[in-house]
Design a protein around this ligand. Structure first.
Ligand code: C2E
Ligand code: MG
Ligand code: MG
Ligand code: MG
Length: 282
């Protein structure tokens, strides 16, 4: 009987995988159509990043959203991997860079120090000439690289892949600001971060989530922050959600804070009315 059950489980598993596969293919097809229809359904949301010492908005992180007529809204955790798998991340990535830089230019007219953070996928780094794309768009818009920062997610690959390393080095050569995202979850160590001359370390939400309850997480974040500062890197905490979180992390002296406590990611127009040039009281 156990054998029988085992077999059924196996069959069900295969069916699930097949269904999941079909669903993935369907969504990829819809993503492809969105791209072909001039990025219909894609939108950038913006989440404020707060300068902790100045108690004002440093800028925003651009975060991709996608809405489909049939599938509805999916989270980037669901659809970004599909964009990567299908190679669509290359054109969509270009669209993201252009859209975010146009928005940045517009907001810099109201706040000259406004900074935009843009996420790059490792596929974009490896499979396209992303630096050329960035420089072309920057030149076209007449926007400087000073207040723009590109975030790449920490992963073992980032560190071990020599092509990726070369590309990250050419970011440095061209004075393009680089941040390492989700730091602490992967394999990167500080020597690597220092060697690659990142400008910013974003400590992953996973460490901040329980920071008021876990002495261990608190100490890890404290250590990471001190080490980053000793290497002249700026530190941003992600995932600060409550007043308690905020009170707790302020003692650790982060340069920047990003989290639901201040604001969730929102549309460009909402960002502009609610957060641009706003002081933050805390
Ligand atoms: P990420 O780059 O680490 O972005 C931060 C994520 O944390 C965002 O999720 C943001 O909404 C979320 N977040 C911010 N503050 C809080 C908080 O206080 N609590 C909680 N629970 N979450 C918070 P989002 O927008 O769903 O994006 C998820 C991931 O998808 C991003 O992580 C990034 O890896 C990827 N992604 C999003 N937009 C883009 C993009 O334009 N290009 C690429 N390549 N990847 C993107
Ligand atoms: Mg990011
Ligand atoms: Mg992150
Ligand atoms: Mg991430």
């Amino acid at each position: 009987e156990a054998k029988q059950r085992g077999k059924n489980t196996y069959v069900r598993y295969q069916e699930d995988t097949y269904q999941a596969f079909v669903k993935r293919m369907d969504i990829q097809e819809r993503l492809r159509r969105s791209v072909e229809e001039n990025y219909k359904g894609f939108e950038l949301y913006y989440q404020p990043i707060v300068n902790t010492r100045k108690k004002k908005i440093l800028g925003a992180e651009a975060l991709l959203r996608w809405q489909d007529d049939v599938v509805g809204r999916l989270s980037p955790a669901e659809f970004v991997p599909l964009l990567e798998e299908s190679g669509l991340i290359i054109p969509v990535g270009r669209w993201i860079i252009r859209t975010a830089l146009e928005q940045c230019l517009c907001w810099q007219k109201k706040d000259k120090n406004f900074r935009m953070n843009i996420n790059l996928s490792s596929i974009q780094l490896k499979k396209s000439d992303v630096i050329m794309d960035i420089e072309t768009i920057m030149q076209e818009l007449g926007i400087g690289n000073h207040n723009v920062l590109f975030e790449v997610t920490e992963s073992g690959e980032l560190e071990s892949d020599s092509i990726t390393q070369k590309i990250l080095f050419s970011f440095r050569k061209r004075n393009l600001n680089l941040g390492i995202d989700d730091f602490g979850t992967g394999y990167s160590n500080f020597r690597y971060v220092k060697e690659m001359m990142f400008d910013l370390v974003k400590i992953d939400q996973a460490f901040i989530r329980n920071i008021t309850k876990s002495q261990y997480d608190y100490l890890v974040v404290k250590q990471m922050t001190e080490l980053a500062h000793s290497l002249n890197l700026k530190v941003c905490y992600e995932g600060v959600e409550t007043a308690d979180d905020l009170e707790c992390v302020l003692d650790l002296n982060p340069d920047y804070i990003q989290g639901y406590y201040f604001a969730k990611p929102t549309t460009a127009s909402d960002f502009e009315t609610r957060y641009l040039c706003m002081e933050q009281k805390f």
